[in-house]
Design a protein around this ligand. Structure first.
Ligand code: 1GP
Length: 252
């Protein structure tokens, strides 16, 4: 049986760029979230991240279970800290916030989470998480108490991504922050993709399919969309995103 990471890499190989949707259990009930995920999957989504930067919902496990039952594509935990875990998910993005200098999110939360992850038997996908300035103060910067990398300094982003590669991480996540007014610049994505061999995830503030396509053409391996699809009850908008992102054609 293949690992979740292998499944992700198969999508990358077949479609060049995969389309992920962020599920926020703080914004929808478990049932509504599961129905939404099903609609998104039917529209062409390749995987889901589940998490939020301020988890106020006590029903994380319930949400993960409901979504897992509703979809077949990978469901990956996108944690805000060591407490956001579930054995029902397919994997956890084991992130280190490498653009920040907050030891708590560089290593402390990871140490706290590691024994629990082992006990749950959950697959980890080590990911270098890099915040890029996006025009406004995002929840993730505020909550993590870290500064994002200036958006006009791709060389700093490149150095961080390369450090992630040399540290043995498997993915790099370029994040503008959920609801960012300016997404990660396509030029930054292009430069990072050229500079490192790791697959690159890009998310935050991607609100229209044409921008998603630019990011895909810049060489991103996965694009994450959250806010822009939250009211897409029919999946029509998600379909447009899927077409834009899967520019290489769908080869399942
Ligand atoms: C999470 O950044 C994504 O990385 C989601 O962002 O909600 O702005 O699409 P949006």
């Amino acid at each position: 049986m293949s690992t979740t990471f292998q499944r992700l890499m198969a999508v990358r190989k077949g479609k060049q760029c995969g389309f992920w949707v962020l599920l926020d259990p703080d914004k929808k009930s478990s049932q509504v979230l599961a129905r939404y995920a099903k609609t998104m999957e039917a529209a062409g989504v390749d995987g889901f991240l589940i998490g939020s930067s301020i988890m106020v919902s006590a029903s994380f496990e319930r949400a993960v279970k409901a979504v897992k039952k509703a979809v077949r594509v990978p469901l990956i935990i996108f944690p805000n800290g060591s407490g956001m875990l579930s054995k029902t998910a397919d994997a956890v993005l084991f992130t280190s916030l490498i653009s920040g200098r907050n030891p708590n999110l560089l290593i402390d939360e990871q140490v706290k989470a590691a024994p629990a992850i082992k006990a749950l038997g959950l697959e980890t996908i080590p990911t270098g998480y890099i915040l890029i300035e996006s025009g406004n103060l995002t929840s993730v910067c505020y909550i993590s108490n870290t500064m994002p990398i200036p958006r006009n300094k791709p060389e700093i982003v490149k150095a961080h991504a390369l450090a992630a590669e040399y540290l043995g991480m498997k993915l790099v996540y370029l994040e503008a922050g959920s609801g960012a007014s300016m997404p990660v610049p396509a030029e930054t994505v292009r430069q990072v993709v050229k500079y490192v061999t790791l697959p690159i995830i890009v998310g935050g503030g991607i609100s229209d399919p044409s921008y998603a396509r630019k990011i895909a053409l810049a060489g991103a391996s996965f694009i994450v969309v959250g806010n822009a699809l939250e009211n897409d009850s029919t999946g029509a908008m998600a379909k447009s995103f899927a077409q834009a992102i899967h520019f290489n054609g769908i080869k399942d």
